[in-house]
Write a protein that binds this ligand. Structure first.
Ligand SMILES: NC(=O)c1ccc[n+]([C@@H]2O[C@H](COP(=O)([O-])OP(=O)(O)OC[C@H]3O[C@@H](n4cnc5c(N)ncnc54)[C@H](OP(=O)(O)O)[C@@H]3O)[C@@H](O)[C@H]2O)c1
Length: 144
């Protein structure tokens, strides 16, 4: 685990030069990196290069032209609205540790409440195909 594991780093100017190298090195250290680019395609290209060079990198992109204060404010709002890893872990920690849900199995939870999964996730035929394929790939018999 890297020394920046669990940290979230927003790197402006991450499409080239010092910013791109900063994003790369923070990803190597285990940080979750978001490259802020004024041009979406350049941002995605930089993120793809980092993923290629650091296979386990957690790297994403956001778009903003920082010469516009309106876009700086919009970017800040989007960043603050993002769920952080701590918030994301709340439901799984609740499910693993709470007596309230100790007897529940096979349910789908959102924000620590039982919820209805998407139609695709409820597709019984797709589930059967996934089960059969998993059994085939793992060498187990489908009945097990
Ligand atoms: N203190 C020091 O000793 C020192 C030494 C060297 C550099 N620096 C500073 O470090 C910074 C980066 O230097 P660099 O050589 O890596 O520069 P660079 O290669 O020119 O990179 C500039 C980055 O800023 C982005 N950018 C430019 N205008 C933008 C805008 N309006 N909105 C969003 N992103 C924008 C560029 O994105 P695009 O891909 O869209 O062009 C690019 O990713 C500069 O500010 C430089 O002055 C400081």
């Amino acid at each position: 685990m890297g020394t920046m594991s669990g940290k979230v780093c927003l790197v402006t100017g991450g499409t080239s030069g010092i910013g791109k190298e900063t994003a790369l090195q923070l990803a190597v250290l285990g940080a979750a990196v978001t490259i802020v680019a004024r041009d979406e395609a350049r941002g995605e290209a930089a993120a793809a290069e980092i993923r290629r060079r650091v296979p386990l990198a957690q790297v994403g992109t956001m778009t903003a032209d920082l010469s516009s204060l309106a876009q700086v404010r919009r970017l800040a709002e989007e960043v603050l609205a993002r769920p952080g890893p701590a918030a994301g872990a709340r439901t799984s920690v609740y499910l693993a540790s709470s007596a309230e849900v100790a007897a529940i199995s096979g349910a789908y939870f959102v924000k620590s409440r039982v919820s209805c999964p998407s139609a695709l996730a409820r597709d019984a035929q797709a589930a059967a195909r996934l089960w059969a394929l998993s059994a085939e790939l793992t060498g187990l018999s489908p009945g097990r």
